[in-house]
Write a protein that binds this ligand. Structure first.
Ligand SMILES: [Zn+2]
Ligand SMILES: [Zn+2]
Length: 340
């Protein structure tokens, strides 16, 4: 089968490799219907995260081809959506809703690689969720978004306690930020402030429910949020970038006693303890427990109540994955869907 391998930073190739096989009795083999490139794949691409002939990809939807003898919840022929973190969904941590910290957690991007025709998914019962039936092809991008960006944006909005009567500020206009806007709207937030300078992304943020757009960044961005919230700051702030400036902007934009949900992968952020101390805010973040939200998100997509598939603004065949990486690196594309 064909699959994407990143040799070194910036060197992405599509290569022939062996078809995956069932190894553990709890595994499933999924024939992928579509896959995509993540903003976080740019970390190794840019040399920030180590990479050495790494199998790429962690977002996936497809049809189960084969299951191990202990798999009970999904079977061959089912169309499934999976989280980017493997989880058993039965341990104490999973039952508390933090499947991304499962005692059996394993990142799909570390060794599995779903930018490929097929993938072996461990703990299939805990990781995969079957859709109510075979989806219309037009629903596939939306279901694929649920695998990471939608689930991550949703978790961020939940972590930020977005809801009725709340003002939500979203720092970051990438795919996850846009999905956090969608989530805040679905969760009933009264006002949603999207921070973006990019006209196309501002348009999409408004489509997903943003009521205000703030173009200022850093201190000026914090000031603008305060102006819009009677000097208090937002109840709920989502950080979906992961840079020093964006993180401190998110901390500064959160009102005393408010909630910050942070999901931007933040390699280089240094948070001055004293600033966090005096901020007096709740914080919750990290790799999103997407599995917790998948049944609900799949149903919303199935019923056509949400349309997260619009975050994909470039579609290429798997063979052209190198061009997809380049387009995202150069910010010519927000998120690239790879067809199979
Ligand atoms: Zn991702
Ligand atoms: Zn678990």
């Amino acid at each position: 089968m064909r699959g994407v391998v990143m040799y070194t930073a910036g060197d992405v190739r599509v290569e022939e490799r062996e078809d995956p096989k069932i190894i553990e009795p709890t595994d499933a083999i999924v024939k992928l219907s579509a896959t995509c490139i993540c903003g976080s794949d740019l970390w190794p691409y840019r040399g920030v995260e180590p990479v050495d002939h790494t199998l790429m990809g962690h977002e996936y939807v497809g049809v189960v081809e084969e299951v191990g003898p202990e798999v009970k919840n999904v079977r061959a022929g089912d169309f499934v959506v999976g989280s980017f973190v493997i989880s058993d969904n039965t341990c104490e941590i999973c039952r508390a809703g933090f499947q991304s910290k499962c005692v059996h957690a394993e990142f799909v991007h570390a060794g599995i690689g779903t930018q490929a025709e097929k993938a072996r998914i461990p703990y299939a019962d805990g990781t995969l969720v079957a859709t109510p039936g075979q989806p219309d092809p037009e629903l596939i991008p939306a279901l694929l978004a649920a695998s990471d960006v939608l689930g991550t944006g949703w978790f961020a909005a939940v972590a930020a306690e977005a809801g009725p009567g709340r003002t939500v500020a979203v720092v970051g206009d990438g795919a996850v930020g846009l999905m956090a806007v969608l989530a805040a709207k679905q969760l009933g937030a009264e006002r949603i402030i999207a921070m973006s300078r990019h006209p196309e992304r501002q348009k999409l943020a408004r489509y997903y429910g943003a009521t205000d757009i703030v173009e200022e960044r850093g201190e000026a961005g914090v000031e603008r949020i305060k102006e819009l919230t009677d000097g208090l700051g937002a109840h709920s702030v989502v950080e979906a970038v992961g840079t020093q400036e964006s993180f401190m902007q998110a901390v500064g934009a959160t009102r005393g006693g408010g909630y910050l949900g942070y999901v931007g992968v933040n390699y280089d952020v240094r948070i001055p303890g004293i600033q966090l101390f005096f901020a007096g805010i709740h914080t919750l973040g990290g790799p999103a427990p997407v599995r917790r939200f998948l049944p609900e998100l799949i149903q919303l997509i199935w019923d056509r109540k949400i349309d997260p598939g619009k975050v994909f603004d470039l579609t290429l065949p798997l063979e052209q994955a190198p061009e997809g990486y380049k387009a995202m690196d150069e910010r010519r594309a927000t998120k690239v869907l790879l067809t199979l």
